[in-house]
Design a protein around this ligand. Structure first.
Ligand SMILES: O=P(O)(O)OC[C@H]1O[C@H](O)[C@H](O)[C@@H](O)[C@@H]1O
Length: 291
């Protein structure tokens, strides 16, 4: 299913919606959760457990036009992170590619959605490379995303990637990220490799860091909001990003005060945690977010 393709049959509670601009969104209504996944990008835009706030932050000024990388939710950065490929689009091709829906399963507690980029789409986007990529979303009282990459070529291929999770905070001034005590990081703003700090991480200015050699959980707190618990698998890097007040005014689809209401905590194979996949090797990176 792309923004213009036909609609396949779906289980009860699952529908395709087309927004005012023609962007196709898979909409999930289940007793435990309401969620929305943009078909372009396999982009989880919203996941709201019933009776709770959304687990994800989405930019209120992003009109979600077709073909654009969305500002919020969980962009899939693949098969390279950031500017790892010189001269190529930031964060790879997956977030603006048309994905296909492979299956939707409605279970008692949750909904499972499986999607992939069709081989012919990948061949045209990355003609020199041989990858297969699929994603599974498990959406219920919490959310899980599992992104699986297989090298289907005869040569080793280098993979960097991120589940670029935008999380809501009540006010960045009161936000604390727990779990990163003494974890080293690469500061992308200065290119320095720095020792971690004691105590929770607070954000008082632009932050763009790859914390590495840490695969454990983190917790995000902010005043008056329930804490969010974030876990990861298949990676020992965590990107922490907040654009701060100046960069906020230059970002696409982002309000000038957006930095006050979000922080990205991204499960990542990035920096020292890039992966070289041998022929036919596959690798899964996962993240979960819940209360
Ligand atoms: O504006 P985008 O291409 O979506 O990137 C947004 C941000 O993503 C990541 O967190 C990177 O570490 C940042 O350097 C980048 O600015």
């Amino acid at each position: 299913m792309t923004d213009s393709a036909a609609t396949p049959p779906l289980p009860n509670g699952i529908t395709y919606d087309t927004n005012a601009h023609g962007r196709v969104i898979l909409t999930i209504e289940h007793p435990n959760v309401s969620a929305r996944i943009a078909m372009t990008g396999a982009h989880l835009v919203s996941c709201r457990p019933s009776g709770e706030d959304d687990l994800l932050w989405m930019s209120p000024v992003d009109e979600q036009k077709p073909g654009t990388a969305l500002r919020g939710g969980i962009p899939i950065c693949w098969p390279w992170f950031g500017n790892d490929r010189m001269g190529a689009p930031a964060h790879g091709v997956a977030r603006t590619a048309d994905w296909q829906l492979d299956s939707v399963t409605v279970e008692h507690q949750q909904v499972r959605v499986q999607m992939s980029i069709p081989p012919e789409t990948l061949n045209s986007l990355l003609p020199e490379e041989r990858w297969a990529v699929s994603v599974e979303f498990v959406l219920g009282r919490s959310l899980a995303v599992h992104l699986t990459t297989r090298n289907i070529g005869n040569e080793p291929q280098l993979l960097s990637q991120a589940l670029h999770t935008y999380l809501p905070v009540s006010d960045i001034a009161s936000a604390e990220i727990h779990g990163l005590t003494s974890v080293r990081y690469l500061d992308k703003l200065t290119d320095e490799d720095r020792p971690g700090q004691p105590g929770p991480l607070t954000i008082t200015q632009e932050v763009d860091r790859i914390y590495y050699q840490y695969a454990g959980p983190v917790r995000l707190s902010s005043a008056g909001k329930k804490d969010l618990a974030i876990t990861r698998n298949g990676c020992s890097a965590l990107v922490v990003w907040n654009p701060g007040p100046e960069k906020s005014t230059t970002l696409s689809q982002f309000p000038a005060n957006g930095y006050q209401h979000m922080v990205c905590l991204e499960a990542a194979n990035a920096g020292p945690d890039k992966r070289l996949l041998a022929p036919w090797e596959s690798h899964t990176i996962s993240t979960t977010v819940g209360y």
